[in-house]
Design a protein around this ligand. Structure first.
Ligand code: AMP
Length: 562
């Protein structure tokens, strides 16, 4: 019987998988050996599951040969490339914790992330467009250029010993291809032993999310967390080995590496990478040329594809399903995805990194109305409750904070017991900071956010982190950062700055101060100078008033969303 209260639990006849990621890959290679696993046209890659598995095994053996041991952390700092996926699976097989680093990170953030989890190894790309990964790494660790490959000793990164470079090979680094040739019989035997030793409850992955405290936190996820979430996300779309998933979303986030790569490995679908960074034209081209059946994206990506001047030129009739997620999903955009992209089985998903990520997803059987206007129903084996400020479950239809419990909830934030306890309560509930409703039939809607977060083009930005960075500017007395509505990106960042007495500052100077130090999506699009901030009588700044003022003045409107 349905409860009158906003508590839902995902009943399912399909059991959870009790495997490690390495075991899942073994199984995939046996079941679907000659079916396509990974296709990346811009890298000339089209590997079957058997080939993919063999390459992963070689890389894992090479990592052991370099002296990496179970439980150590290996980072990856690269855009979407085949080597990224190889590293993801090889790390899992070698029992290492795979640390995914946002390719948009700049010096300040990279140093923090690598140090926080004590990465012993880093797999790094050379460069892409304006991102000079290896150049930035060298400026953080100038010792790299002079060290013996694999024996780095850098003052700022004391734990980092090994740098593996994709593509080229700069001084002090090991070449990616060369590492895959290092392993011998001893390493292969060690891998075979590890297969039984590694437990599915072991930490497999750390991903960084920021927070109200300013510095990013390392969300620690197990094999069990992410493998199962990938599996049930794929099942919601009814993926089979006949499917080919076009993955333009970043791999460093759960959307790419879990909902993409791990859905593929558990259901035998192919992972198709349309390019390193998101490009609407390359995505449309790849869907057509590779006859993709599923397409993923945050709302901003679908908008860019649908609005592309050459959109009509492409035959997208192979598409059947896919996922829009990561930010509030505009109903109007969902309708266009259904009609113009032929994605009749498209789903919306809702979740957060701390819950592996998905908690709600629409099903291919939901009515169109439900599918465009809600986030669907609770995921299999997951529980959700909606609570008021006192922690009491609210009645169906009433808004409150969404809390998630179940197999998908993270182990915790790496090395941050206190922050873990603030997010995860004693009964195991993850408090998401999102405001939601659940209706009588269990369909959810995201109606707002309690947490002070901006989502720009699907990427989360915590104003506090940007404010803390801007406080370092000698001419800035005080600053407030907040989100304002944007048609394309959902939200854009706006900063209100109070300049120190007697100083002069321009918006361009503020933005130049951020360049190369923090990720470009954290650099405010609007910088305005003010004398004071709106405050409550108790002295608390009122960001919503600042947001309203800017939106009204610039004529910015929020879209109706699921
Ligand atoms: P992340 O941890 O980067 O996956 O970001 C998670 C946050 O993105 C959630 O807490 C929500 O605020 C937001 N989010 C994700 N999916 C949706 C969605 N379908 N609708 C609205 N907000 C979403």
């Amino acid at each position: 019987m349905q409860s009158a209260l906003s508590y839902v639990s995902g009943a399912s006849e399909e059991p959870l998988l009790g495997q490690t990621i390495g075991q899942a890959l073994d199984l995939a290679a046996r079941r679907w050996s000659d079916r396509p696993a990974l296709i990346s046209p811009s890298h000339g890659v089209a590997w079957t599951w058997r080939e993919f598995r063999a390459r992963v095994g070689e890389l894992a053996a090479g990592l052991l040969k370099l002296g990496l041991r179970r439980g150590e952390r290996i980072g990856v700092w690269s855009l979407n490339r085949p080597e990224w996926a190889l590293t993801q699976f090889a790390a899992a097989e070698a029992g290492l914790v795979f640390v995914t680093i946002n390719p948009a990170y700049r010096l300040h953030e990279l140093e923090y992330a690598l140090k926080k989890v004590g990465c012993a190894a880093l797999v790094v790309a050379t460069r892409f467009k304006t991102s000079d990964f290896i150049g930035l790494l060298n400026s953080l660790a100038p010792e790299l250029a002079r060290c013996e490959p694999g024996a780095l000793k850098a003052a700022k990164l004391p734990d980092l010993r090994i740098v593996v470079q994709i593509g080229e090979r700069a001084p002090g680094t090991l070449g990616f291809e060369a590492v895959a040739k290092l392993g011998g019989d001893a390493e292969r035997a060690a891998l075979a032993a590890l297969r039984d030793e590694i437990q599915f409850d072991d930490a497999a992955n750390v991903q960084f999310t920021s927070g109200t405290t300013g510095s990013p936190k390392g969300v620690t996820l197990t094999h069990h967390n992410i493998l199962n979430n990938g599996y049930f996300v794929g099942r919601a779309m009814r993926l089979t080995p006949e499917d080919r998933i076009c993955i333009p979303v970043p791999l460093y986030h759960c959307f790419g590496m879990v909902m993409g790569n791990l859905a593929a490995v558990t259901l035998g679908a192919a992972m198709v990478y349309p390019g390193e960074g998101f490009d609407p034209l390359a995505t449309l081209k790849t869907v057509e040329s590779e006859r993709c059946t599923a397409l993923y994206g945050v709302p901003t990506m679908f908008i860019a594809e649908l609005d592309h001047p050459e959109f009509d030129r492409f035959d997208l009739s192979s598409l059947r399903t896919g996922i829009m997620a990561g930010a509030p999903c505009p109903i109007a955009v969902m309708r266009r995805v259904l009609d113009r992209m032929h994605m009749r089985d498209v789903t919306i998903a809702y979740g957060m990194t701390e819950t592996s990520p998905v908690s709600f997803q629409s099903s291919t059987e939901d009515s169109i109305e439900r599918r465009v206007a809600t986030i669907g129903r609770v995921h299999p084996h997951v529980e959700v409750k909606i609570v008021d400020k006192l922690g009491r479950i609210v009645r169906r239809g009433e808004p409150g904070e969404l809390c998630t419990r179940g197999y998908s909830v993270m182990l915790g934030y790496w090395g941050e017991e206190q922050k873990t306890r603030e997010a995860l309560d004693a009964a195991g509930w993850m408090h998401t900071g999102d405001l939601a409703t659940v209706d009588a039939e269990g369909y959810g809607n995201i109606v707002g956010r309690i947490k002070d977060m901006v989502i720009r083009g699907g990427e989360n930005v915590y104003p506090r982190e940007v404010e803390e960075f801007l406080y370092k500017h000698p001419k800035i007395q005080d600053v407030q950062v907040f989100g304002v509505a944007d048609d394309r990106y959902g939200e854009e960042l706006c900063a209100w700055v109070r300049v120190r007495a007697g100083e002069r500052l321009t918006a361009e100077e503020v933005r130049a101060f951020c360049r190369d130090q923090i990720a470009h999506n954290k650099i405010p699009r609007y910088v305005e100078f003010v004398e004071e901030f709106p405050m409550t009588v108790t002295g608390k700044v009122q960001k919503y008033l600042m947001r309203n003022a800017v939106e009204e003045r610039l004529g910015l409107r929020r879209a109706e969303t699921a």
